[in-house]
Design a protein around this ligand. Sequence first.
Ligand SMILES: [Zn+2]
Ligand SMILES: [Zn+2]
Length: 81
Amino acid sequence: MLVNEEGDEMLYTYVDTEYAPEKCSLCNGTGHSEGGICQACGGQGNVLVAQPAIICPLCGGAGNLETGTCRACGGSGWALF
Ligand SMILES: [Zn+2]
Ligand SMILES: [Zn+2]
């Protein structure tokens, strides 16, 4: 997901960034959404977020907008980058 398969050197570029699992907002940590497996976390219930974790500024951490799943965070509710 976060690893470029062709570029191991990229790992070193981001070595100072720590990632930690945060609860997925779209499924509220259950890993399941209305259609089945949660598309935001892939059914894990958590998503890896760069630390310190920042709540998605577009949806405010809700994971959803009036227009549908938040495209900025993919529904996870966290700023992934
Ligand atoms: Zn989820
Ligand atoms: Zn969002």
